[in-house]
Design a protein around this ligand. Structure first.
Ligand code: MRU
Length: 340
């Protein structure tokens, strides 16, 4: 294991490979409970991804890779079925398909479970390393005394450790660069209020929670230097799918002179999507909006539209930070050059 800076040693271990099973910190019940699910089959991992016990683009890729190992070692014929099951568990984050494709490459070549397991571990460890690289690059963009706003949860819970956008915030905090951190609650699933706030508190990073709808008001009243977010899929032209509400933040940021940073590893780029229009946007159950903790909050029978991601056009993004480097004012040519 490579040595890491002290601030990178996260106490949060959301994905634990025991060798016999995949233990997942159940993110549906945080912060009230710290409970682990023990997945022993690919079907159980697919269900954990679909039900969001594990979530965040890199984290679901890592979990899916281990899920393949679980089934392939009990039945070598099970690979294709497990692969299809895991690929169908959530549609937007390309990291899931990217990790499965890597695992398929190894399986096709070696047909051996030990190599498959090694590849899953590698995907997991690589993600942490990439997060640390991106965190340095992203933090270097921030001015001393930076005031930042982040959305959703992009921390250790959503990745192999440290985090993407939240990784930049952790590293900038360790460098003493931050004057203010705000995080949105992230309706309707509350990744910000439940998960990001939990991680920030554990890290001892002072921050303030805001309602999603308070972001433009905040930018209007106070100088916010950067909005920093993660990504679920970045199209060839830089259009970026991320948690619903990201696009609204980018529009508000442009209006208020706030810069906008996307932090994502190469596994999040999808050269097969020419633009954001081709990115599939997951829609989840209307009940995520009409009910809260089992209680109805809308009149019975009232319908709801619940897209859980949106696309921010590349022209609203000031910088994409990836482990391979920084792309300012992203274009298709700059992205191609970085990835090639
Ligand atoms: O629905 P979720 O919680 O899986 O959505 C997560 C996000 O949108 C994150 O911003 C994204 O996956 C990047 S996580 C490093």
């Amino acid at each position: 294991m490579t040595s890491q800076p002290a601030h990178a040693q996260s106490a949060v271990q959301p994905i634990i490979w025991t060798g016999a099973s995949l233990r997942l910190l159940d993110q549906r019940v945080l912060p009230a409970q710290e409970r682990y699910l023990d997945c022993k089959t690919a079907a159980e991992v697919a269900e954990a991804i679909h039900s969001m016990a594990v979530r965040g683009a890199p984290a679901i890729g890592i979990a899916a890779a281990y899920g393949l190992v679980l089934d392939a070692r009990t039945d070598a014929q099970a690979f294709d079925h497990a692969d299809a099951l895991l690929a169908a568990s959530r549609p937007t984050a390309i990291n899931l398909r990217w990790a499965l494709a890597r695992m398929r490459g190894v399986w096709t070549h070696a047909r051996d479970v030990a190599s498959l397991e090694k590849e899953a571990r590698r995907i997991h460890q690589e993600d942490l390393r990439q997060n640390l690289q991106m965190a340095e690059l992203g933090a270097a963009l921030l001015p001393q005394g930076a005031r930042v706003l982040t959305h959703c949860n992009t921390g250790a819970l959503a990745t192999g450790g440290h985090g993407t956008a939240l990784g930049v915030i952790r590293t900038a905090h360790a460098q003493g660069k931050l004057a203010a951190v705000y995080n949105t609650e992230t309706r309707p699933w509350l990744q910000g209020a439940r998960l990001t706030a939990w991680e920030l508190q554990r890290e001892g990073i002072a921050a303030k929670l805001i309602a999603d709808s308070a972001a433009a008001h905040l930018m209007n009243r106070e100088k916010i230097d950067w909005v920093i977010v993660g990504a679920d899929r970045i199209a060839a032209n830089g259009d970026t799918a991320n948690k619903i509400g990201t696009y609204m933040l980018a529009v508000a940021a442009q209006r208020h002179g706030t810069r906008f940073m996307v932090v994502a590893p190469t596994g999040t780029f999808d050269p097969n999507c020419a633009s954001g229009e081709q990115i599939p946007i997951e829609e989840r159950e209307p009940e995520e909006l009409t009910r809260f903790r089992g209680e109805a909050i809308a009149p019975p029978g009232f319908d709801a539209f619940n897209p859980v991601f949106d696309v921010t056009p590349a022209e609203l993004i000031d910088a994409i930070v990836c482990e391979r480097g920084l792309i300012e004012e992203p274009t298709a040519a700059k992205i191609r050059a970085l990835l090639s």
